[in-house]
Design a protein around this ligand. Structure first.
Ligand SMILES: Cc1cc2nc3c(=O)[nH]c(=O)nc-3n(C[C@H](O)[C@H](O)[C@H](O)COP(=O)(O)O)c2cc1C
Length: 357
């Protein structure tokens, strides 16, 4: 057997490991540093909280994103079908996993395209690794990924550390910004640049803004750690130890949002990386994000049924609504990027000069 696992085998191992092992980063999301100010007199009705927004020409019922996860195997196709059906029913956005598997083996196309079939009106994001632009991919492959899904936008994911953990990983990230810029210029739909769990620095945000991307999904540290995932599937001790070294690597999600906001204030930001519930999504929005994405909760629900995914989405939506209500906001416009209402959990202890005379 080749030492490099075929893409579909790797994808099923990823799902299994994410469901069964502890793959959490040692880094915290940074969202725990913030709390909303509770308003005992919010002066609004819970029923009037409206989480609706429009993005890339589609109307969403809430700022929730099922983050890019899978495709390429029969099981992955079923997961995509359930997630997509639930996204359609609840009016939220969804990404699918990297479509490289289907571009290289078109027989796998239905495991991705099923998402559009089940969600004819949902905001759906195609997905490819940006680094593939250094390995022969170009505008044709990007268009192929979009057509496969009739996608509303293309996510180009940035995963240098994950590739560095894989035997035979695609680690040539040289001059990639220029190629991303070319795709942004030529592509007919918006381009979203996305990390996969280690966050976005100011330098990277500036580079991406100069490339002309339409949005950045920060996918910060604090949730799934891909070095931990790769550690669990490492074929030898060397690779395992290499991966284990990076458990506490990366820029947390809150800092990543603020980094993008600082250098590209008008950039549309998606928050993901360790978001646990609707309160975390609301905090991300208050920090400047437009959508909050999650994987784990949705993946676990999709292993059960479409109904379970719908139930999970409805719970997350209600958590956001109640957060808005108790913090005194009734619409997305009031909260998005407007003044940081969250306050530090542990404010610095004020100095009292004469405490110990
Ligand atoms: C099983 C699984 C597969 C994933 N596959 C992809 C992928 O193909 N493309 C991508 O951009 N991100 C992929 N991701 C990364 C997620 O979209 C997300 O950015 C990351 O896991 C951080 O979010 P979390 O902490 O909520 O898991 C995957 C995540 C999981 C859990």
């Amino acid at each position: 057997m080749s030492k490099v696992a075929p893409i579909d085998q790797r994808k099923s191992e990823h799902i299994q490991i994410c469901l069964e092992e502890d793959v959490r980063s040692a880094v915290k999301t940074g969202l725990e540093r913030y709390r909303f100010v509770h308003e005992a007199l919010p002066e609004i009705a819970l029923a009037d909280v409206n989480l609706g927004l429009s993005l890339f020409g589609k109307q969403l019922s809430a700022p929730i994103l099922i983050s890019s996860m899978t495709g390429g195997t029969e099981e992955a196709g079923e997961i995509n079908a359930r997630l997509a059906e639930a996204a359609q029913e609840t009016g939220i956005a969804m990404g699918i996993g990297s479509q490289r598997a289907a571009i290289e083996n078109p027989s796998q196309t239905p495991t991705f395209s099923i998402a559009r079939k089940m969600a004819p009106n949902a905001l759906l994001f195609a997905n490819l690794g940006a680094v593939q632009l250094n390995y022969g991919y170009g505008i044709d492959e990007c268009r192929c990924a979009i057509d496969m899904l009739e996608a509303d936008a293309l996510i180009l994911h940035l995963n240098p550390l994950q590739e560095a953990m894989q035997i035979g990983g695609d680690t040539n990230f040289m001059s990639l910004a220029k190629k991303i810029e070319e795709i942004c210029k030529k592509l007919e739909v918006p381009v979203i640049a996305k990390e996969v769990g280690w966050g976005i620095s100011e330098r990277t945000a500036k580079l991406l803004a100069n490339c002309g991307v339409d949005a950045i999904d920060v996918a910060g540290a604090g949730g799934t750690s891909w070095s931990q995932v790769e550690m669990h599937r490492a074929p030898d001790e060397f690779t395992r130890e290499l991966a284990a070294t990076f458990k506490d690597w990366g820029i947390n999600t809150a800092d990543s949002i603020l980094n993008v906001k600082k250098v590209a204030p008008k950039m549309t930001i998606f928050a993901s990386g360790g978001l646990k519930n609707g309160v975390d999504i609301a905090k991300s929005i208050a920090l400047g994000a437009t959508l909050g994405g999650m994987t784990g909760l949705f993946l676990e629900s999709a292993m059960i049924s479409t109904e379970k995914v719908v139930e999970t989405i409805e719970l997350v939506k209600r958590q956001i609504e109640v957060t808005f209500f108790a913090a005194g906001f009734s619409t997305m416009n009031e909260i998005v990027g407007v003044g940081l209402r969250p306050t530090p959990t542990h404010p610095p202890t004020p100095t009292r000069p004469n405490q110990y005379p």
